[in-house]
Design a protein around this ligand. Structure first.
Ligand code: SF4
Length: 279
């Protein structure tokens, strides 16, 4: 029976990001109407991890806005990771904190982080169109660092930023080079504060790309992440027929997700098993 993996995310440091990523409401350049805070209260993070567990998530990702890790952030992520693992058993802890050196990643590993998420976002060629404050190469290098220190690599991207089919092919080729353990595929969620065209990515195109990525990387977990609700609407369970085997459960970083219990009901009604471990 096909197993579906659920992963929950916690935005532990939100907004005011120095980078100008055009798809992101957390960029200070975009001035979007979102909650902004430097460090989420540790008890709140632990409670979110408990809720994740209740919602049958096997992965819990500590996400922070900003270009990358520094000493203070490493310390905060470690504090959060240690607090979560002292209160919640058997959650695979993932960190997603931007660009990272091998030394910083090793510190996170010591605190119980098992995977690190850093998305390529799109093709190397198209990246300068969506971000001018850092390079795609820096992102790729962080992905290599993650692999080199022995953390599991979670790396994917986002569709619907105005990229061409050639860009999507190039993005897929880069994913093939990296061969991540898990590949989050996001679909652009329009917001009037963002400089991109206010357009929802086409569902058939999205299914086509889920299938293409899953066939090209049969050993990677294919996660449909942000934009699931607006791109697929109530047809979202179709994603599993096209090769997806993982979703984000609960809310996203700055937008609400479906009710977790409704998602779980839909998955089990299709006869799929919800994984009880990340392995
Ligand atoms: S670096 Fe991350 S948080 Fe900052 S604007 Fe880009 S995507 Fe958003």
């Amino acid at each position: 029976m096909k197993k579906i993996y659920l992963c929950a995310i916690s935005n532990i440091s939100s907004g005011n990001c120095s980078e100008d990523c055009s798809f992101c409401t957390q960029s200070a350049y975009n001035n979007a109407d979102i909650k902004k805070y430097k460090e989420k209260d540790i008890n709140t993070i632990v409670n979110e991890a408990l809720l994740a567990k209740q919602n049958r998530a096997t992965g819990f990702c500590l996400v922070s806005a900003g270009k990358g890790l520094n000493d203070k952030k490493v310390e905060f992520v470690c504090k959060a990771a240690l607090a979560v693992s002292s209160k919640v058993n058997d959650l695979n802890l993932i960190a997603c904190n931007g660009t990272a050196t091998k030394e910083q990643l090793k510190e996170l590993k010591k605190c119980g982080i098992k995977s690190y998420n850093h998305n390529l976002e799109t093709s190397k060629e198209y990246y300068p169109n969506i971000c001018s404050t850092h390079s795609w190469d820096e992102r790729y290098k962080t992905c290599l660092n993650i692999k080199e220190v022995g953390l599991k690599l979670c790396a994917g991207g986002i569709f619907g930023l105005g990229e061409s089919e050639n860009d999507r092919e190039s993005f897929l080729n880069s994913l093939k080079e990296l061969s991540p353990n898990s590949i989050p595929l996001n679909f652009f969620h329009p917001n009037p504060a963002l400089p991109l065209e206010n357009k929802i990515f086409d569902m058939q195109q999205a299914l086509h790309w889920i299938e293409k990525v899953s066939l090209a990387l049969p050993n990677s977990r294919i996660m449909v992440a942000g934009g699931r609700e607006i791109t697929f609407k109530d047809k979202w369970p179709e994603i599993f027929k096209y090769g997806a085997n993982s979703i984000v459960i609960g809310n996203y970083l700055t937008t609400k997700g479906n009710q977790a219990k409704e998602d779980i009901k839909a998955i089990t009604a299709l006869g799929y098993e919800i994984a009880d471990s990340c392995k």
